[in-house]
Design a protein around this ligand. Structure first.
Ligand SMILES: Nc1ncnc2c1ncn2[C@@H]1O[C@H](COP(=O)(O)OP(=O)(O)OP(=O)(O)O)[C@@H](O)[C@H]1O
Ligand SMILES: [Mg+2]
Length: 451
């Protein structure tokens, strides 16, 4: 976990830094937003920015957005300064941390930013077999293609492979190919030199270089445009890349994992995916079984999520009543683990009494049926099976297929190729853009939403 602190480390921020270091974080420091932007451009592996409210957070957040740098900004300021807290949140800060810092709050924020949502829970024999296979191949350098329906845990297993690999000490860098328009995807992958296209105000290294010595996950690789597939293939074959606008190739050292929730062989058959790239990626194939094929995982996952969301929301962790667990066990889970996660998160918030009872369990209606009276917008990333209009959610919930989305964009006459002007669209920040923290722990009077 790498933290960039903007401001002086002499006072309370220094204490926040020491707490973060004690939790295993690496700290970098910048005196101001300009220096911070330079660090962020140069290092795609910074996970979070802690910024003193004395700095112009609005300018920082818009500079990040303009350059499509996705990193959460957390504002820090004195506990008593409620107005500064409100300004910071309005300016786009993810959180406000009152100073002097509370160690638990720092830990929670770091955990959320690190995306430590990647615990792998498994009990069902079908899932245990998948994990055995993953661990068998983890130490090799082989590319792995991970298939499976949305929300089954493809990214979770990819991270597990990385953790068990010889590259575990190196970075794990994920790139969602569906969430980013083609022109931006190319520079995300390969990086660019200053002036390579309009908007390229400074050199920026791409994910291939950011992942040096580690693992790169190409999420939803089937959504990659055919022209870019050729460039990717070349990079994998030659083990080198060209930054956009660069004059000399750069050696790369990454292991590639890829996920798809389409049938890639069918994509190859219809000419939408290069066969040679398919064979490159599919050295080892893995398939994440849908939750309905591993019912033995449901109670363990439900209890795991109940613990997690109780803690994150500061509510007591209650056990499930038998009737509530029976509802979970009997549901169809078209959104798979993600849908279960959202249902349990909701249940944790709705429950009162000693247990999580059936009244706290709100499930989406069966497919084709009317929307459940209770179905509500999912609190986290919306599962596809949740009720509500498509494309409504943050993250990739209610997902709109990337390729269709892009086709529409092209149809709209958007210039293709390097010269295409980058648009900043929060909808394309992708699932790796961090989700808003479900709880603000700072006192209610500091919470602008409490107003
Ligand atoms: N075995 C598991 N144990 C704990 N949490 C899990 C597990 N599998 C999935 N999850 C959780 O479920 C959610 C969805 O998982 P993940 O993002 O890995 O799915 P995915 O298959 O990549 O989905 P998509 O196709 O939509 O990208 C995440 O919040 C993840 O942490
Ligand atoms: Mg995924």
């Amino acid at each position: 976990m790498r933290v960039l602190i903007i401001g002086s480390l002499a006072g309370d921020l220094g204490q926040a830094a020491r707490i973060a270091i004690a939790r295993g974080a690496t700290i970098e420091q910048a005196d101001d937003a300009v220096a911070a932007m330079a660090r962020l451009r140069a290092d795609a592996r910074l996970d979070i920015v802690l910024c003193d409210v004395a700095h112009d957070i609005a300018a920082l957040v818009s500079a990040l957005a303009a350059e499509r740098l996705v990193v959460p900004v957390v504002a820090c300021g004195t506990d008593a300064d409620a107005a500064a807290a409100v300004r910071a949140i309005r300016a786009g800060a993810r959180e406000f941390v009152p100073l002097p810092p509370d160690p638990d709050l720092i830990a929670t924020i770091l955990e959320a930013a690190a995306g430590e949502r990647h615990t792998l829970v498994a009990r069902d024999p079908a899932m245990l077999a998948v994990i055995r296979r993953a661990e068998q191949i983890a130490t090799s350098e082989a590319s792995v293609l991970i298939g499976g329906e949305s929300g089954t845990g493809k990214e979770v297993i990819a991270r597990h492979i990385h953790r068990r690999s010889r590259r575990a000490g190196g970075p794990f860098v994920a790139l969602n190919c569906a969430a980013i328009p083609d022109t931006l995807l190319e520079s995300e992958l390969f990086g660019h030199e200053k002036g390579a296209f309009s908007g390229a105000v400074a050199r920026r290294i791409g994910k291939f270089e950011a992942a040096a010595g580690g693992t790169m996950l190409l999420d939803e690789v089937s959504e990659m445009d055919v022209r870019l597939q050729a460039k990717l293939l070349r990079a994998l074959q030659e083990r080198e890349i060209d930054r956009l606008g660069g004059s000399a190739p750069v050696k790369i050292n990454v292991r590639i994992l890829a996920t798809t929730n389409r049938d890639l062989t069918a994509e190859v058959a219809r000419g939408a995916f290069r066969e040679d790239l398919y064979f490159r990626l599919n050295v080892v194939a893995m398939r994440m079984p849908p939750l309905r094929e591993r019912p033995g995982d449901i109670p363990a996952l439900a209890e795991h999520f109940a613990r997690r969301y109780s803690e994150l929301n500061g509510v007591p962790c209650r056990p499930f009543a038998a009737a509530a667990m029976a509802m979970l066990a009997g549901h169809a889970w078209r959104g798979n683990v993600r849908e279960l996660e959202n249902a349990v998160h909701r249940a944790v918030l709705l429950a009162d009494g000693d247990q999580i009872g059936p009244e706290a369990i709100e499930l989406a209606a069966p497919q084709g049926g009317p929307a459940a009276a209770h179905a509500t917008a999912a609190p986290g990333r919306g599962g596809e099976a949740m009720a509500g209009p498509p494309g409504n959610g943050g993250g990739n919930g209610g997902r709109e297929r990337g390729r269709e989305r892009r086709r529409r964009r092209r149809g709209a006459g958007r210039p293709a190729g390097r010269g295409g002007r980058a648009r900043t669209d929060p909808a394309h920040a992708g699932p790796h853009a961090r989700q808003p923290h479900p709880r603000r722990r700072h006192p209610r009077h500091l919470d602008p939403r409490a107003a």
